[in-house]
Design a protein around this ligand. Sequence first.
Ligand code: ADP
Length: 430
Amino acid sequence: MGWILIVMFNRSRSNLATWFTLSMGSILVIFAGILYWREARDRMHSFDQILYNTSRIMAAGVEDYIYEGQQHTDLENVPVLGSDTLPLSTDLFFARWYTPHKQLLQFIGAVPPQQLATPSGFQTFTVNTQLTSTPIQLRQLTLPVYQEKRLIGYLQIAASLAPLEEPLQQLRWFLVVGVPLALGVIALTGWVLGGKAMEPIRQSYNQLQQFTADASHELRTPLAGILSHAQVGLMEPVDPQEQHTRLQIIAQVAESMSLLVSQLLFLARHQGKLSPDMLKTVDLVQLLHPLVEEHTVNATQNQQTFLNALPKEPLLVQAEPDLLRQAIVNLLSNACRYTPAGGMIELCLLPQSHWAVIQVRDNGIGISSQDLPYIFNRFYRADRVRSRQTGGFGLGLAIARQIVEAQGGELTVVSTVGKGSTFEIKLPRR
Ligand code: ADP
């Protein structure tokens, strides 16, 4: 393969790999993002729930009453804020109590502003402390507290988000390392898959190139023959007899070229399976009878014996009769060509339960085991010299197999050098 093609195939392969990595990578990144977001949201939700429960427990300890028109708030029994209470299991960073007029009444922890300025609800913010070198993140809850539908004050508590940050930090590390690693694996998989996807294209491209090269090579030899005979024929002086011979050779060569071109066209046109509406019910006995007659005459001329074994009853298959006849003719003419004078050729039709089997046997030169796997390949000839002499291009068996397979059948061969060959067409019975 030329280097331009190698570059082209590699570019297509890396394009496939890139698109694969991009699409799978985006899915992975989106998935990891959603995973992180859900985890962070759920953890924050539980954290808020604990903070809220703590504030409810604390609020329940507040005693508030009106005495002589004056509001009195007693925080002695409030956990954390009160002086003589059981400690809470939660580590609060600070706790503050503000009057209904948002004036500071009592606090624990950092010194707060005298006037409550923050709205009710949850907030997150960062503070610098002398205790830690790095700023810490706090989650704060400001809760208006009511007693018998009367606002008795505001409770504000805050806790460090450190216990929540740690597992999230771990998850972030896992994603930061894991996602690029997974992307690498995806890219590698994409490259391997790209290679696998390109393989059939590469193979069929190679086959096509080989076929074109073989076809041009086959046409070049007869063309060169035509050209040389025409050039010599154009030279003076001209002997009419010699001129005639040259024209005859040119005509013969052109005829063989025309046969090659029609075979090539045939191979190109009849690719793949035949559509069911092209198939007809064919009686193989009727189809084979004219071939038997024709080949009996030919064999006698070539001093060969032609035998046949056809059943009396009709044997029906679904086939395209002209194409099927062409395949059998190819096998029969090979049998005649590769069997010396005095040899025997036989055409048999065997009905089996599901198959109709057509056999073309000969006791001719046979095919060696080295050549046997390749004889159905286009332009393959076991013995190039002999085949060329007999006018073959190495396309007859390729055409026969293509025809048989297009009709849902199989074409196989068994052969021994010096003993002969048996070609077998198996077609599904109707
Ligand atoms: P060709 O036009 O050369 O006969 P085919 O495709 O028909 O091409 O056959 C391919 C090759 O298979 C032939 O060149 C020949 O070597 C071998 N072959 C085919 N049929 C027979 C046979 N009946 N006996 C021996 N060799 C055969």
